[in-house]
Design a protein around this ligand. Structure first.
Ligand SMILES: Nc1ncnc2c1ncn2[C@@H]1O[C@H](COP(=O)(O)OP(=O)(O)OP(=O)(O)O)[C@@H](O)[C@H]1O
Length: 467
């Protein structure tokens, strides 16, 4: 199994008692925190800090040569971004409280129960992760360049909004927190999940599960696996997909359709980082980053009570929303060309010429199936093309059938405003068609459903009316 180093920075344990270091390391490792350095000689802390990427220091208060308090003072001055948790004996609580005043993240009495110790450490790690992400995000937003453009190569776009989404994704890729991807069906959410996985540099696999329509038993069995004899027919141990994704990414698609019972299990997995295979009372730790996607409006669903609020907030730690194709029409020419090439490669045909007007024509279509629909249309058109130019009859049929649909979707008159007159409306339509067609009169005339001479006459009348 791929053992992922977690957290992404080192945790440094400093105590002069080697036995405490050993038992503390074991406790942390049992809870999946394995990126640990130990130090029993406080005078070595300075060199360790400069040689490693340390994000959290667990510091004993009473040590010979250099005290915990002295080290804390040095750490808060030299490494103000590093969190320090103080370990103290029962009779040192006053001193420990003073340490918090000096900038320590927390103090823990050494005899406290493990849950309490871990809670504090997990909080410090979470705070540290958020602060690292904020720094990365700030750096990314200030730069207009992508550091890893290659990882986005399969997502064809020229949309400036998508470019800032890519920069955001670059900054959150190393994080272990979940990512929620929203957007209509077919906008490319799965492609984005793949890009986040690539960017994260995780060595393990990307494992995709579509959770729509899975009842809770199948959801648990698929994700968590089962022990031998867990139920009738379970004659072998089954490894769940959470385990298959160890060291990599678990991508849960259609998360908006998850049943209420499965939502509780997913929340526990994300919050506690552990799960139980069916029929087993030994918890396992998740070693994968979770990405989820949905075409549903989760914010609305949680308000209606069909999606758990706590799960929604946990999932939206990092969130990206991919716009519908009709809202980024500048991508049309690139996507048509990309899919034409893909289709020609698959069908072993030479590349085809694409009529210039095609993308302009398609701007009037609403693409309910988004990029997936455009891809299917272009593949269909390529397969029907016999000359060296793309056969556009597929698109013409589509525009004919849908022009009413498009019109009804996009035009709404505000009820509290007077209606425009027919003359005003026809002038607006003509202007819009001329803009969309880059002032190509025959194209604009086709969009308006009139002949080119009729359009020319209207334009002339409009001009005269202005003079
Ligand atoms: N920007 C893009 N560039 C190239 N191909 C794209 C792009 N967006 C989507 N596609 C292609 O369109 C198809 C649908 O994309 P994808 O499966 O990622 O959409 P989705 O949003 O996950 O859909 P669903 O919600 O139905 O699961 C895929 O074949 C994908 O490769």
């Amino acid at each position: 199994m791929n053992q992922l180093a977690y957290p992404q920075f080192n945790i440094l344990l400093v105590d002069d008692e080697p036995s405490f270091l050993r038992s503390m390391s074991l406790t942390l490792e049992r809870y999946g925190l394995n990126n640990i350095l130990t130090c029993s000689e406080p005078q070595q802390v300075q060199s360790l800090m400069s040689e490693h990427t340390i994000g959290l220091v667990l510091l004993d208060l009473t040590m010979p040569v250099i005290s915990g308090q002295e080290l804390l003072k040095w750490l808060t001055e030299e490494y103000p971004d590093v969190s320090v948790i103080i370990f103290s004996g029962l009779n040192q609580v006053d001193a420990a409280v003073n340490c918090v005043k000096q900038g320590a993240f927390d103090y823990i009495v050494k005899t406290a129960d493990q849950e309490q110790i871990l809670e504090s450490i997990k909080r410090a790690i979470h705070t540290q992760e958020l602060s690292l992400e904020n720094q990365a995000l700030r750096a990314q937003l200030l730069s207009s360049e992508l550091n890893n453009a290659d990882h986005f190569a399969s997502f064809i776009t020229a949309d400036p909004n998508m470019m800032s989404t890519f920069r955001y994704l670059e900054s959150i890729a190393p994080s272990s927190q979940p990512v929620l991807i929203t957007g209509e069906s077919g906008v490319g959410k799965e492609l984005i999940a793949g890009a986040i996985h690539e960017l994260s540099g995780r060595k393990g696999p990307l494992v995709t599960v579509n959770v729509a329509g899975l009842d809770d038993n199948i959801f648990s069995d698929t994700l968590f696996g089962h022990a031998r004899g867990a139920f009738t027919g379970a004659d072998k141990v089954r490894q769940g997909l959470v385990e298959s994704a160890a060291g990599g990414t678990l991508f849960l698609d259609e998360i908006g359709d998850l049943s209420a019972t499965s939502q509780v299990k997913l929340l526990r997995l994300l919050q506690e980082g552990e799960y139980y295979p069916i029929g087993s009372d030994r918890p396992k730790r998740i070693q994968a980053r979770v990405i989820v996607a949905t075409h549903q409006n989760l914010a609305e669903q949680q308000q209606k009570g069909t999606f758990r609020k706590d799960l929604y907030y946990r999932l939206r730690t990092h969130m990206v929303s991919i716009r519908a194709l009709r809202e980024r029409l500048n991508d049309l020419p690139l996507l048509i060309d990309h899919f034409m090439r893909q289709a020609c490669d698959e069908l072993q045909k030479p590349y085809l010429n694409i009529p210039n007007a095609l993308a302009l024509h398609l701007q009037g279509y609403s693409f309910p199936g988004n990029v997936r629909e455009l891809r299917a249309l272009v593949f269909d058109a390529v397969s029907q093309s016999e000359q060296d130019t793309l056969n556009i009859s597929v698109f013409e049929k589509l525009l004919g059938n849908h022009s009413k649909d498009v019109f009804e979707r996009s035009v709404r008159f505000p009820e509290d405003q007077p209606l425009p007159t027919l003359t005003q409306l026809s002038k607006l339509l003509v202007e819009e068609a001329m803009n969309r067609s880059n002032h190509n009169q025959s194209l604009a005339a086709r969009m308006l459903g009139i002949s080119q001479p009729a359009l020319s006459k209207r334009l002339k009348n409009m001009k005269e009316g202005e003079e």
